[in-house]
Design a protein around this ligand. Structure first.
Ligand code: CP
Length: 295
């Protein structure tokens, strides 16, 4: 079974192939090439973008989307994740997209008879987000090698940072990180101060503060102080190079990670990331189905 669980499942050549295919799909919509394929999206953690853009992508590919709501399923009666997935496989579902709060939830699914696309596992990985981010950067610059990127925010608790930092480096980008001490994760890259690099970077990627993953209640957290030290305000925006772009996986905490009035500023690609996400998810589904001889 070929699954997309982390970016390590893809070679660099396959990453470029997915970007090319997603860009083709953006120019010319695909035929309903997966009409006889049944898919279910199992989201054990909330989502707006990932769940709905996968669903739009699936419907545009002509797929049969079988609704699954955790709260109305037998998960509430104690059904294990493995049993839920294998049940769906047994009744004829061909592909699963899963988001789960548990890091590496997929380790318990190794013997499944149905392929999985990981829609995000705790603070682990978010491969479809990484691929749509790469597509957005490639559309802007036409290359990765030598680009300077800073990833800012709650690095330790962010599956986006985890997937992106390693993959960006693999493709030749120079990655710097900015984060409060408590939210730093060693091994992903060099930590710097935002004001030291803001005028030198090509891409500034801000991350959502992941309060839901913090073990200690953030009673001391001040939105104002965080924004002042780590947020994008007008002063920092003005320092960006003319060609630089701003990204954020969203949802954005307005006036925390990014000043509300800058979310749709000319350098922002935040909504373009979401648009690209649907095309990238079409490309991912097609790729996984072909890898598993389902297309
Ligand atoms: N970026 C992202 O994963 O958004 P959702 O949580 O809304 O899916």
């Amino acid at each position: 079974m070929f699954n997309l669980l982390t970016m390590s499942d893809l070679t660099s050549q396959e990453i470029y192939q997915l970007i090319d295919r997603a860009r083709q799909l953006k120019k010319a919509p695909a035929d309903e090439l997966a009409k006889n394929i049944y898919v279910s999206n199992l989201f054990f953690e909330n989502s707006t973008r990932t769940k709905l853009s996968f669903e739009v992508a699936q419907r545009k590919l002509g797929m049969q989307v079988i609704p699954f709501e955790v709260t109305q399923s037998s998960v509430t009666k104690g059904e294990s994740l493995y049993d839920t997935c294998e049940t769906l496989a047994s009744i004829g579902v061909n592909l699963l997209v899963i988001r789960h709060p548990q890091c590496a939830y997929y380790q318990q699914l190794q013997n499944l008879s149905i392929p999985i696309i990981n829609g995000g596992d705790g603070a682990g990985h978010h491969p479809s987000q990484c691929l749509l981010d790469l597509m957005t950067i490639y559309e802007e610059f036409g290359r990765f090698k030598g680009l300077n990127i800073v990833i800012v925010g709650d690095i330790k608790n962010s599956r986006v940072a985890n997937s992106n930092a390693d993959t960006f480096k693999r493709l030749g980008m120079k990655v710097k990180l900015v984060s409060p001490k408590d939210w730093q994760l060693e091994g992903l890259g060099e930590y710097v101060k935002l004001d030291e690099v803001i005028d030198k970077i090509d891409v500034a990627m801000f991350l959502r503060v992941q309060h839901e993953r913090h073990e200690v209640v953030d009673s001391q957290f001040s939105k104002y102080e965080y924004h002042k030290k780590y947020g994008l305000d007008q002063r920092r925006y003005n320092k960006l190079a003319s060609h630089a772009i701003i990204m954020h996986p969203a949802p954005v905490n307005r006036d925390v990670e990014i000043a509300s009035e800058l979310v749709e500023a000319p350098k922002s690609r935040i909504f373009k990331q979401m648009t690209n996400g649907m095309f990238m998810r079409q490309a991912i589904i097609e790729f996984i189905l072909k890898k598993n001889n389902l297309l």
